[in-house]
Design a protein around this ligand. Structure first.
Ligand SMILES: *Cc1c(COP(=O)(O)O)cnc(C)c1O
Length: 416
């Protein structure tokens, strides 16, 4: 038997069934009219953001990295709770604006921005986090032709990354950001060209669970920002300190300790150099805001045995939950938290693998986990499905198409 990842807090059992925001899984599936189904709990997202507001310094702004989950009702919910949105494409700009986010609260990060995207961002008044000198020149030329002062910031490729983070985004040669040594000259170039100078964006990594490592990288980020601003001989208006706050997915993973990160950052804020004295700081988080608030529900189509092993074959799979199958940025396949949603809380009675309906051995949502005996028609739940699920999985693979999605809160369903 292989261990399953830890089920996030906030889920209960009602009549022996998994309940999300107080709604039984079977009722949610009935009202959505289909499986597979992603359910996002708006109350859990609100609670997570509230916890961040309590733990982090009041001076620190909170941004949502939209790529973690761009579901429109969720964006509208989050837009009212955070200070800014970080987008990574022209397509995400359309989604953010449609959710009612003011352009001045949106910043656009990501390599390979096309001129059409740069133009749309500058037209709308979205901040561009520039990833290269070439992109900077294109932005200046496009703004010139539009007769406007573009909101520009520089994404710095830092010389460090978060120790133990799942995905390294800084440190050494990278396609992201501008190497720190070239930043002071570019700041001067942008300011003298008359842009609306917005400051620096420094993102060192993703999915870190080591609170001390996160604090360490924040301290290094502040030192780097100060050094660059001093070299450019200019106070820094804004600084995006990145993010990287991870969530527990796998057996043995433990949550980060927000209060420790908050206290350490408060301490650093108390001793900032002059160039950072007036700087507006923020962090940008994706999965930490929404990851644990999402559950993927699929129905068991068939219970099958082969060579003594039990396979629960569902109508879902890696085409919706690539990460849970172990094929999205993980080296060793380990089990996400999962359960039989219609027998929730019942003790494990057998070893079974939850698989999808794709004809590839990669399509495994849970490998040899301990579950109560499940039958055809039961619902399975894969947790930690709120981030990098629906939008980061190959929904068109084998022609199955996307899963349904709904946002729920206690009381009534909030839309879908
Ligand atoms: C992916 C990404 C994020 C969000 O990462 P999470 O791990 O979901 O918090 C934030 N900022 C940038 C620049 C990114 O590339």
């Amino acid at each position: 038997m292989k261990a399953l990842g830890p089920i996030p807090a906030g889920f209960a059992a009602i009549d022996g069934e998994l309940a999300i925001a107080g709604h039984k899984a079977s009722a949610l599936v009935a009202s959505a009219g289909a499986t597979p189904l992603f359910v996002y709990d708006a109350d859990l997202v609100s609670a997570r953001i509230a916890a961040l507001r309590v733990a982090m310094p009041a001076r620190l702004g909170l941004h949502y990295a939209l790529k973690a989950n761009p579901f429109a009702p969720l964006l509208r919910h989050i837009a009212a709770l955070v200070d800014g949105f970080d987008i990574a494409s022209g397509g995400e700009q359309v989604l953010a604006l449609a959710a009612g986010v003011e352009p001045a609260r949106i910043s656009f990060t990501g390599p390979g921005k096309r001129d059409a995207e740069i133009t749309a961002a500058i037209r709308a008044g979205v901040t561009l986090n520039l990833e290269s000198a070439r992109e900077a020149e294109h932005a200046l030329a496009i703004a010139d032709s539009l007769g406007t002062a573009p909101r520009l910031a520089i994404r710095v490729n830092p010389d460090f990354d978060i120790k133990g983070s799942g995905m390294k985004m800084g440190g050494g040669a990278k396609p992201f950001g501008i190497d720190a040594e070239h930043v002071p000259a570019l700041i001067k170039r942008l300011v003298s060209a008359g842009c609306d100078w917005q400051g620096l964006h420094i993102y060192a990594g993703s999915q870190a669970l080591d609170s001390a490592a996160i604090s360490e990288v924040q301290a290094q980020t502040l030192l780097l920002a100060a050094r660059l601003a001093e070299s450019a001989d200019m106070a820094l208006p804004r600084c995006n300190l990145g993010g990287g706050f991870g969530i527990p997915y796998f057996p043995g993973d433990t949550p980060i300790e927000l209060h420790l990160i908050g206290e350490a950052l408060e301490q650093r804020f108390a001793e900032l150099p002059v160039v950072l004295a007036q700087t507006r700081f923020c962090i940008e988080l994706g999965r930490y805001l929404v990851g644990e608030a999402g559950v993927y529900l699929a129905r068991i189509v068939e219970r099958k045995e082969s060579h003594g092993e039990v396979f629960l074959v569902t109508d879902g799979g890696l085409h919706h939950q690539l990460a849970a199958s172990g094929n999205f940025g993980t080296v060793v396949r380990r089990n996400y938290p999962s359960a039989i949603a219609t027998r929730y809380g019942a003790p494990p009675a057998e070893e079974a693998s939850i698989v999808g309906c794709l004809c590839t051995p990669l399509d495994r949502l849970a490998d040899k986990g301990g579950f109560p005996r499940a039958e055809e028609g039961d619902l399975v739940a894969v947790f930690c499905a709120g981030a990098y699920g629906a939008s980061a999985s190959p929904a068109q693979f084998l022609g199955h198409g996307p899963a349904a999605e709904i946002l729920v809160c206690a009381g009534v369903r909030a839309g879908g």
